[in-house]
Design a protein. Structure first.
Length: 145
């Protein structure tokens, strides 16, 4: 009901764009991090009005309520690398660690001072991790960079 009402608010387009820019910069990148201008432009175009803001808010609320047992029947037969930014303000570190714990043999890497989009914040580091994956040594435990 809340998001349905949000979608009806008569907010001028310029103010919606300003709000989307601020929200994406803050929640995806975090305070003090310069957001990628191209990514911001794409985000602003994808949320042109309050109806789109309401739809994204409703989606975010659904994702935030993910139940810990939500992946209980998950079966993965390939190598898995779980990469998570320590400054992610959207998905808690505990969710990434829980996923790692549910996937025997998976590797977990916590990237310090990185937000919700490691591939945008530190693309070279993410490429290095992917190119070195799966690790060939016998140690498949948590890896903290």
């Amino acid at each position: 009901m809340f998001f349905r009402l949000v979608g009806l608010l008569p907010i001028p387009t310029a103010l919606v764009r300003w709000g989307v820019r601020r929200a994406v910069a803050l929640f995806v990148y975090g305070p003090g991090v310069v957001a990628d201008p191209e990514f911001l432009t794409t985000a602003i175009r994808s949320v042109p009005d309050m109806a789109a803001v309401a739809a994204r808010g409703q989606d975010a609320a659904r994702y935030a309520r993910e139940h810990p047992a939500g992946h209980i029947d998950l079966v993965v037969t390939c190598p898995v690398l779980v990469v998570h930014g320590t400054k992610d303000r959207i998905i808690p570190m505990s969710a990434a660690r829980a996923l790692h714990a549910m996937l025997p043999g998976s590797e977990f890497v916590a990237l310090p001072a990185v937000g919700h989009c490691p591939q945008l914040d530190v693309p070279d580091e993410v490429c290095r991790l992917l190119l070195g994956f799966p690790r060939t040594d016998s140690k498949q435990a948590d890896v903290a960079s």
